[in-house]
Design a protein around this ligand. Sequence first.
Ligand code: ADP
Ligand code: MG
Ligand code: MG
Length: 254
Amino acid sequence: MSTLEIRDLHVSVETKEGPKPILRGVDLTINSGETHAIMGPNGSGKSTLAYSLAGHPKYEITSGTVTLDGEDVLEMSVDERARAGLFLAMQYPVEVPGVSVSNFLRTAKTAIDGEAPPLRTWVKEMTGAMDKLRMDSTFSERSVNEGFSGGEKKRHEILQMELLKPRFAILDETDSGLDVDALRIVSEGVNRVKESTEVGVLLITHYTRILRYIKPDFVHVFVDGRVAEEGGPELAERLENEGYDRFLSTAPSA
Ligand code: ADP
Ligand code: MG
Ligand code: MG
């Protein structure tokens, strides 16, 4: 079993006016096989947490620790984090013009495994995963995210997750902008990975509807750069009924 442990994490983002503190002491522990939902209002710092875990250079860790089975994640490069089994599905996936989906995925798989996957089984695995995500076969020859619709970008993120089989997957608003059918297809993809591996999932979302498809073991309410309340799945239902107002009014101010 693996454990991803975040302790008292404080993070500032670089802005033109200088560093701006966003995360104010995040505590979170995720074990293999667990699904944790992070729910919070816009601007509460959810994506900042995701990027900080992935090692985005724009985010400065001012204090706190992140460890994976005791190893210091914050000391690792972005590549080392990926090789250690950390995976981020971005809220706004970036375009990589001139690099096809198929090349991108094979390069990522090779980098993470330390050796290229055998071509024949790899192509079969990739097309199989694309089929299940209802992605057209021509998709693999398109440039990564270039001209992709919102739904195609999200499917491509989950395709990566299915093929790379991370130890911990951070899914940042993978549900945003998806219609009901796409939401179900994408959720089924995540659930397939959950069933076939011991992946720990950090599911960042603004809405409860994805939690009907991907069942969380724990729910964390994220407000003003920290976890304001934690509970089981019933907490998501309360948020659905009551919204975030209760947490906003009681959240400590900066
Ligand atoms: P969430 O994902 O919960 O909506 P974010 O992590 O995207 O929140 O943003 C948290 C806060 O950090 C917001 O107030 C946002 O405006 C601010 N922020 C994030 N990135 C930048 C940036 N590059 N420059 C200035 N402010 C930023
Ligand atoms: Mg947001
Ligand atoms: Mg966000």
